[in-house]
Design a protein around this ligand. Structure first.
Ligand SMILES: Nc1nc2c(c(=O)[nH]1)N[C@H]1C(S)=C(S)[C@@H](COP(=O)(O)O)O[C@H]1N2
Ligand SMILES: [Mo]
Length: 403
């Protein structure tokens, strides 16, 4: 066990009561609510997996506010520290992040040192790259947890910019550095590797932060506290939780969580095609694709005939502003521009809404976002089908019963 992992265990006494061992679920899987699995989570969340915890947010609950409340933020863990099943912060002052690799010197930064440095805050969409995976599976089965559309939220992370951290400590990466390998203090499941991703150095040096706060307080244990590497605009898998190690290297990692997992083929493939992922023939989940998601009405929940307000959210990778979200009530024959409420942050999501009048029967509702680069959503999201079902961004299409 690593030093930091021991610190984590020692520090998490608050969480001890809530922690559950990996094998404990076989017979009572269905009985445990999200609130029982992760102390402080809202009991209305959808439990996709008990351990490591995977919790999805019901869509209507995301429509009620711009910033997603902590208790409703989705959870996705491949592995997690044993005692992390809580929204409590990890009370440890002696947490350390090692910086090593092709640097003029290696150092170890403590949580306390981080907290004393200049901070940057991002309001940003956190979205699992597997969000919407079950929609790909309609074209051909994909592997992995079959997410609906609620593996996303809009939150604020605050922390120290990577560039600031290096400068203030007199650290100079060698010219050969291309990648930053980030890893956390998870306890991997048997036979699995530690969680690690390589991030492109040139892109993250000014954009990424070593975050210590989320939504105004210390990052909750389940969301990766006390220190999480945060890069706004990218898929959430790259936001490594329980950060303990950053290595500055010339080569990209071949850790199993970086290849073959969390990658998509560089060229389109037909649904159902098998694919041997390599670093060369595939891209790691990175900048988020332009996307809109209808939140209310919600599929499966009948609505009353008459006036209704359609609500949803839209976002992209933060490199261009969202210009429009169009809504169609007739399966794409005609489209109306929805009213937009932008976040103050380029990385936050945009809320959209449109008033409509529904007659009794089946009502189709579609939504499509467009940004300043002209990037939008494909009519058939499965043109981007990939074996692990990442990066769904098809035009959102739902049918609701009007009664
Ligand atoms: N250390 C570590 N970081 C991790 C993961 C993990 O399993 N271990 N899962 C990643 C994935 S796939 C996602 S979608 C996000 C989920 O973040 P959240 O649980 O805070 O919503 O964390 C990412 N960071
Ligand atoms: Mo994810």
């Amino acid at each position: 066990m690593s030093q930091t992992r021991r610190q984590f265990l020692a520090a998490s006494s608050l969480a001890a009561a809530a922690s559950v061992s990996p094998g404990a679920f076989a017979s009572r899987k269905q009985e445990q609510t999200a609130a029982e699995l992760v102390t402080g989570k809202d009991g209305r969340m959808i439990v996709l997996k008990p351990y490591p915890a995977v919790l999805e947010t019901p869509l209507p609950l995301l429509s009620e506010q711009m910033l997603t409340p902590d208790a409703l933020l989705f959870v996705r863990n491949n592995s997690q520290p044993q005692k992390a099943a809580t929204m409590q912060p990890v009370q440890t002052a002696d947490w350390k992040v090692q910086l090593s690799g092709l640097l003029n010197r290696s150092i170890s930064i403590s949580l306390q040192q981080l907290r004393e440095m200049e901070m940057t805050e991002y309001e940003m969409v956190l979205q699992c790259s597997g969000n919407g995976r079950s929609l790909f599976s309609k074209a051909a089965q994909t592997s992995g947890t079959q997410w609906g559309k609620g593996g996303m939220g809009n939150v604020r992370f605050r922390g120290v910019r990577l560039s600031t951290l290096l400068e203030k400590n007199g650290i100079e990466p060698a010219a050969a550095v291309r990648w930053v390998h980030a890893s956390g203090a998870d306890d991997p499941l048997p036979e699995k590797e530690d969680f690690l991703h390589s991030l492109p150095f040139s892109e993250v040096i000014h954009r990424s932060i070593l975050a210590v706060d989320m939504n105004g307080g210390p990052i909750p244990a389940i969301h990766g506290g006390p220190v999480r590497l945060i890069t706004p605009g990218v898929y959430a898998t790259m936001n490594v939780k329980w950060l303990t190690q950053l290595s500055f290297l010339a080569e990209e990692s071949t850790n199993y969580n970086h290849v073959p997992r969390y990658r998509v083929p560089r060229q389109p493939i037909a649904p159902g095609t098998e694919y041997e992922f390599t670093l060369e023939n595939s891209s790691f989940n990175w900048n988020m694709k332009t996307k809109s998601v209808l939140l209310t009405p919600t599929e499966g929940t009948p609505v009353k005939a008459g006036r209704t307000t359609i609500k949803g959210v839209a976002f992209n990778d933060g490199t261009a502003k969202l210009t429009s979200v169009y809504v169609s009530l007739d399966q794409g024959q005609s489209w109306s521009a929805a009213k937009l409420t932008h976040s103050d942050s380029r990385y936050g999501w945009t809320q959209f809404q449109l008033d409509a009048t529904f007659a009794a029967g089946q009502q189709h509702i579609w939504s499509r976002a467009v940004d300043e680069f002209g990037r939008t959503q494909p009519l058939n999201g499965s043109v981007a089908w990939n074996p692990r079902g990442y990066e769904w961004n098809g035009i959102d299409q739902i049918v609701v019963d009007v009664v």
